[in-house]
Design a protein around this ligand. Sequence first.
Ligand code: UDP
Length: 331
Amino acid sequence: MGKILVPGGAGYIGSHTVAELLNGGFEVVVADNLETGHKQAVHPGAKLYIGDIRDRAFLNGIFETESIDAVIHFAAYSLVGESMTDPLKYYDNNVGGTRNLLEAMIAYGVTKIVFSSSASVYGEPESIPIYETDPVHPTNTYGATKLTMEQMLSWTRIAYGVSYISMRYFNACGAHPDGCIGEDHRPETHLIPLILQAANGVRPEIQIFGSDYDTKDGTCIRDYIHVCDLAAAHELALRHLLNGGESEIINLGNGVGFSVLEIIKAAEDVLGRTIPSVSANRRAGDPARLVASGEKAGMLLNWSPEYTDIREIIQTAWRWHSTHPEGFKVT
Ligand code: UDP
């Protein structure tokens, strides 16, 4: 089938994709510095190299030892707030790390890469749903680095023939249905894990960031997509490239928007209890609405999400959070 290098394979979306690839018959080599990823999240069927993609000797060692056919690249910092207070940290790791990875790939003749991009490249959208051809105006450093990384791939394709698929994720959420891996960011900043932590007493309450947006109930609308659906899309994108397919940029979402209040209500329905919440100020840089058009992913990759019921998505997340209230325990 092929041997796939997955930088960032110990992270949230990376670890779910590693499990999906192994299930699909691929050999998987994970490269992760474990700064934000977790060793326990890496499937035992994958080979783990602990190190940093900014370290060229580390990457050379992997490419020399393993016969890599393609790369799925997740290794990046992803905290929007931190990206605004420490932008150069994001340029160094996200942009610098990707440049280093691409240089190593080219040196060892590896020419296919699936890249973890983000809906944050769109910034405040002009219309909903968002198409891949819509303008890109990131409103935070994190999104700006993802856009720069996409552009780096595009120029690298022209110069060196590296083919790529950039996946622009909307709001990744949920956990593997087997309950062994799930979301564990430190600090946690994402809505669904924070709601579930408020539900199981890890936090006193969930703060609702802004109740005066121009939306149906005043709270922000997002497109929540299950992490296993994202993982499946990565495998399809990989197969597309391995079969000689063209380079593409693809949105990954459910195509449906839920407000913050609707997500809290759905979580209350799933858990059968009230979850404490308080109104808080808007969070800087939050667009009112982000909803994907999934047309291109459907047409090009024949991908459609399996998890279309937000309650079922929250149920999988709850299974993880209720059995792992402290996430992956530090060993
Ligand atoms: N949000 C919130 N309270 C929180 C965390 C998030 O109200 O404690 C809102 C946030 O303003 C956004 C939505 O939930 O509208 C999803 O935020 P998240 O950080 O999960 O993902 P993002 O959309 O920023 O990628």
